[in-house]
Design a protein around this ligand. Structure first.
Ligand code: HEC
Length: 126
């Protein structure tokens, strides 16, 4: 007759812990900014940093984009990408064409979650 290893119950516990850890990892991955576009939104946003700053709070004349409503950000980027960008557009019409609609949606979600410049300068925690 097969004897159970002495530490069978503790091995059982180890497996439970491992499964829980894996589940927690899966849940964390599902909540990560990787969206429909396949690329991490942070990677996509890397090219926005030059002009809009690392946290979307563009210093200078370029409009800040952190903390704008997700729908508004998406609508603006789609408008830039369209054949009839808003009057006065200088560069975003050309840039927006480089992103798929799914990537634009991810970028909008990414910047909408950031604290707007006004909240930061008012002393709110970033
Ligand atoms: C070369 C500089 C530059 C880069 C890079 C750039 N932007 Fe812009 N962005 C601008 C300028 C300038 C405007 C004002 C509109 C215009 O003149 O094109 C603007 C406007 C915007 C607006 C509209 C803001 C408002 O309130 O009207 C959004 C949204 C935006 N950019 C998002 C992005 C995202 C997302 C990226 C990265 C994918 C990005 N921008 C990369 C320069 C840049």
């Amino acid at each position: 007759m097969n004897k159970l290893p002495i530490n069978a119950s503790s091995q059982c516990m180890t497996w439970q812990v491992r499964i829980r850890t894996k589940l927690a990892l899966l849940i964390a991955m599902a909540a990560s900014p990787t969206g429909a576009a396949g690329l991490d939104a942070q990677v996509l946003a890397g090219s926005c940093v030059n002009c809009h700053g690392p946290e979307g709070r563009s210093p200078g004349a370029i409009p800040p984009i952190a903390g704008l409503a997700e729908d508004a950000l998406k609508a603006k980027l789609i408008a830039f990408k369209s054949e009839t960008p808003p009057a006065g557009t200088t560069i975003m019409n050309r840039l927006a064409k480089g992103y798929s609609d799914a990537q634009i949606a991810d970028l909008a979600r990414y910047y909408a979650r950031m604290k707007p410049a006004a909240a930061v300068s008012a002393g709110a925690k970033p």
